[in-house]
Design a protein around this ligand. Structure first.
Ligand code: GLU
Length: 450
C-alpha cells in the first residue's frame, strides 16, 4: 500500500479510535484508492487525504419534544456536512436509537463518494438523531420532526445542504420537516429536502429508486457475465423502503426474492415475496404498522419464520444485504461462500465488515458489488428531484425511470473502467471507490486548499 495512504489510515485509527464505523469506512475506501495516490504525488504534497477524512463541518443540536402523555424528552440531533467540493451537501437523515457521531460520519464519508458516482453535482452529507420512531404516535412523530427542523433550518437550503430520508425517515417525516421549514422561513423552497410527497415537489419514482437502481445495477453485472435476471433467486434483508423497491422490480423482471428479515428474525418464502403485488405491498403495511416484526409476513402468507436468525445461510443465486451496516460478518460470509453463491450485491450502506468483504472479494468465483454504487439510485433520483424543483417542472415516472437506468448503467461502466485503468480487472469495489474519489479529489485540488 502507498505509504502516505497507510499513514493517513493510521492517523484516523488513532485520532478516531472511539468511532469504529467511521474508521472502518475510511480504511476500506483509502486502501482501494492507493494506486491512484501512487499515480498522483501532488495529493501527498498538499496532504489532500487528511483533509478528505475530516468533515468540512459537523454539529449536534438538542431536539426537545413532548409525548402524548405530556412527558418531555430530549434527543440529540446531528448533521455532518462532509464534503461540498462538487455540490451542495446532500444525504439522508436517520432516526434510530444507535445514531451517534461515528455512524453519522461513516455515512457522510460514504455519501461523498456515492454522490460523486451519480455524475450529478451533489456533495456529501448525513444527519439524524438517536430518536426511536418505533411505537410513536403520528402526533409524536410530527412534534419530533418539527423540533428537529426548528434546530436545523438555518443551516440548510437548496444551494447549501439538502437532506432526505434514511432509516426511520420516510415520506411522512419529510413532509412534517418540510412543513416546519416553510413555516419558519416563510418561503416555498421545496428544493431544500428530497423524498417529498408528490403534491409539493417530490419526484415520481423516488420511493422505489434505491431498490430499482440496485436491480438495474444487478442487471449490468449479470449482463457482464452473460446471464439474465429472469428466474434468479435473491436473498434480501430488511423489509423497509429499499427492500420493497427490490421486490417490486423483481416482480416486474421475473426474479424471485425469497427472504426478508427484521429485528425479530427472517422469513423464507420459496415462491418468492416478489411472486405477487399483494405480497410486495404487504411490506408497506408491515412498515406502516410500526411493529417492526417480519414474522407478520410469515403469519399472513403461511411461510416459515426463523426467529433471531439472519437469512445469509439460505441458498440463493444472489445475496443482497439490504438492511443495515455490518449485517454480514466473517461467519456469514463463509456460509455464503460454502453455498456457492456467485453474486454478492451490497445494498445497505456498509453491510459487510471489512474482513468479510476482503474474504468475499478474494473468492475466484464470486462477484462483489459495493453499496456505494448499488444503492446510488436513491440519491441519484434525489438529484433529479432537485433539478425538477429548481426548474419548476415535473417529469413523468417513465422519464425519471429512464434517467435512473442510464445513471446506474454509467456507474457500473465507470467503475469497470476505473478498475481496469489501474490493472485491477473486474473489481467493482475498487472501481467505485476510485471513480468516486477521483472526481472529488480533482474538484478539491482545482478549488485550492482549504
Ligand atoms: N439515505 C439515502 C442514501 O443513503 C438517500 C440520500 C438522499 O437521497 O439524499 O443514499
Amino acid at each position: 500500500m502507498n505509504a502516505y495512504v497507510a499513514s493517513v489510515i493510521e492517523y484516523v485509527k488513532k485520532k478516531h479510535a472511539n468511532e469504529p464505523e467511521f474508521v472502518q469506512t475510511v480504511e476500506e475506501v483509502l486502501s482501494s484508492i492507493s494506486p491512484v495516490v501512487d499515480a498522483h504525488p501532488e495529493y501527498e504534497k498538499v496532504d489532500l487525504l487528511t483533509r478528505m477524512v475530516e468533515p468540512e463541518r459537523m454539529f449536534t443540536f438538542r431536539v426537545v419534544w413532548c409525548d402524548d402523555n405530556g412527558q418531555w424528552h430530549t434527543n440529540i440531533g446531528y448533521r455532518c456536512q462532509f464534503n461540498g467540493a462538487i455540490g451542495p451537501y446532500k444525504g439522508g437523515i436517520r432516526f434510530q436509537p444507535n445514531v451517534c457521531p461515528s455512524i453519522i460520519k461513516f455515512l457522510g464519508f460514504e455519501q461523498t463518494f456515492k454522490n460523486s458516482l451519480t455524475g450529478l453535482p451533489m456533495g456529501g452529507g448525513k444527519g439524524g438523531s438517536d430518536f426511536d420512531p418505533a411505537g410513536k404516535s403520528d402526533a409524536e412523530i410530527m412534534r419530533f420532526c418539527q423540533s428537529f427542523m426548528t434546530a436545523l433550518y438555518r443551516y440548510i437550503g437548496p444551494d447549501v445542504d439538502v437532506p432526505a430520508g434514511d432509516m426511520g425517515v420516510g415520506g411522512r417525516e419529510i413532509g412534517y420537516m418540510y412543513g416546519q421549514y416553510r413555516r419558519l422561513k416563510g418561503v416555498w423552497e421545496n428544493g431544500v429536502l428530497t423524498g417529498k410527497g408528490f403534491t409539493y415537489g417530490g419526484s415520481l419514482t423516488r420511493p422505489e429508486a434505491t431498490g430499482y437502481g440496485a436491480m438495474y445495477y444487478l442487471q449490468e453485472v449479470l449482463a457482464h457475465e452473460g446471464e439474465t435476471i429472469e428466474g434468479k433467486t435473491i436473498a434480501c434483508a430488511g423489509f423497509g423502503n429499499v427492500t420493497w423497491g427490490i421486490c417490486k422490480k423483481a416482480h416486474h423482471l421475473g426474479a424471485k426474492v425469497v427472504t426478508l428479515s427484521g429485528p425479530d428474525g427472517y422469513i423464507y418464502d420459496p415462491e418468492g415475496v416478489s411472486s405477487s403485488m399483494e405480497k410486495v405491498d404487504y411490506l408497506v403495511t408491515m412498515r406502516n404498522s410500526g411493529r417492526n416484526k417480519v414474522k407478520d409476513y410469515a403469519d399472513k402468507f403461511g411461510v416459515e419464520f426463523f426467529p433471531g436468525q439472519k437469512p445469509w445461510g439460505v441458498k440463493a443465486d444472489v445475496i443482497m444485504p439490504s438492511a443495515m451496516q455490518n449485517d454480514v460478518h466473517m461467519e456469514q460470509a463463509q456460509q455464503i461462500v460454502a453455498n456457492g453463491v456467485k453474486y454478492y450485491i451490497e445494498v445497505a450502506n456498509m453491510p459487510t465488515t471489512n474482513d468479510a468483504l476482503q474474504y468475499l472479494m478474494s473468492q475466484p468465483n464470486m462477484i462483489v458489488a459495493p453499496s456505494k454504487a448499488v444503492n446510488a439510485g436513491g440519491v441519484a433520483v434525489s438529484g433529479l428531484e432537485m433539478s425538477q424543483n429548481s426548474e419548476r417542472i415535473v417529469w413523468s415516472a417513465e422519464e425519471v425511470d429512464e434517467k435512473l437506468k442510464g445513471i446506474m448503467k454509467t456507474i457500473h461502466a465507470m467503475s469497470v473502467e476505473a478498475a481496469e485503468e489501474y490493472g485491477l480487472g473486474y473489481n467493482l469495489v475498487a472501481g467505485a471507490n476510485i471513480a468516486g474519489f477521483k472526481k472529488v479529489a480533482t474538484a478539491m485540488m482545482e478549488q485550492g486548499c482549504f
